[in-house]
Design a protein around this ligand. Structure first.
Ligand code: PAF
Length: 282
């Protein structure tokens, strides 16, 4: 397995790999890998000849007072996991390599899709994500890039950016991976302290209840959101950031439940902010 820290070296490898007739799958990550990331790698291995995993904790997507400094990092553990998973190359640049002194460019998707949900609570976050993904795509030159459905808003924004700016690659969504008890895997789960881990299960409970209500014929969004909030409120530690039910393809608002709907939420347990979602097809 190759490890690149330098953008030019990464590009050279990718150009060479493509010239030899291989397709490249990119799995962009911020490291501290878990089974969710490894499922992205598995999907990439099925669909592409060579797989690159990028590991970069992107300062541009963290706001002031967020957890950039504390974000868990363990490059040597990540490398062993990726080697064992049969990955061909790791791209792990430094912040200076990605954003040298004087760096002042950005790529931004504007409008409703970036303004609601996490966009409302984390101003500038998605501009940081689209800027870094643009750089990662240019460094690794993938035919396909694999993103988890857990970050549903991020996935739709990246898809829109790739479509509208004609990036020559395909974005492949990969389903959420959960612990046996239903908690969605996240690198931030390590922050959960004491009872918070158990209390965080209200998220999947509330999402599943809403799904059942929809399957049972409920179409009223206000009632559904009310029920989700009531379930989450049974956890003394939970502080709701948002609960939304939106069009699952573009995050536009809905009058009532119809088509492919995304039930999405962000909830804080102490200092730890967790997101989760379910897609329901009606
Ligand atoms: O989902 C993530 O881990 C990050 O937002 C990404 C896509 C790697 C960009 O930094």
């Amino acid at each position: 397995m190759e490890v690149f820290n330098n953008i030019n070296k990464m590009q050279e490898w990718s150009l060479q790999t493509r010239k030899q007739g291989n397709s490249i799958g990119l799995v962009p990550t911020m490291g501290y890998l878990h089974d969710g990331h490894l499922s992205l790698v598995e999907e990439a291995k099925k669909k592409c000849d060579k797989v690159v995993v990028s590991i970069f904790v992107n300062p541009l997507q963290f706001g002031q007072g967020e957890d950039f400094e504390e974000y868990p990092r363990d490059l040597s553990r990540d490398s062993s996991l990726l080697e064992a998973a049969g990955v061909d190359a790791i791209f792990a640049p430094s912040a200076r390599e990605m954003y040298p002194t004087g760096f002042s460019s950005s790529v931004e998707v504007s409008g409703e899709i970036t303004e609601k949900m996490c966009g409302a609570s984390r101003p500038g976050h998605f501009k940081g994500v689209t800027t870094v993904c643009t750089k990662l795509f240019h460094a690794c030159l993938p035919d396909m890039a694999f993103f988890g459905q857990k970050d549903a808003q991020q996935l739709l924004i990246i898809k829109k950016m790739v479509r509208e700016l004609n990036f020559p690659l395909k974005i492949v969504p990969v389903p959420i991976v959960r612990e046996e008890d239903g908690l969605a895997l996240s690198s931030r789960n390590v922050y959960l302290e004491g009872v918070q881990r158990q209390e965080a299960l209200v998220l999947i409970k509330a999402l599943k209840q809403a799904e059942e209500q929809i399957r049972g014929g409920e179409r009223d969004i206000t009632r559904l959101i009310g029920a989700i909030k009531a379930t989450i409120a049974t956890s003394p530690q939970a502080k709701i950031d948002y609960v939304e039910i939106l069009n699952g393809d573009n995050l536009s608002g809905l009058e009532r439940i119809e088509g492919r709907v995304l039930i999405a939420l962000a909830v804080k347990f102490g200092k730890t902010r967790l997101i989760d979602n379910l897609l329901v097809e009606v």
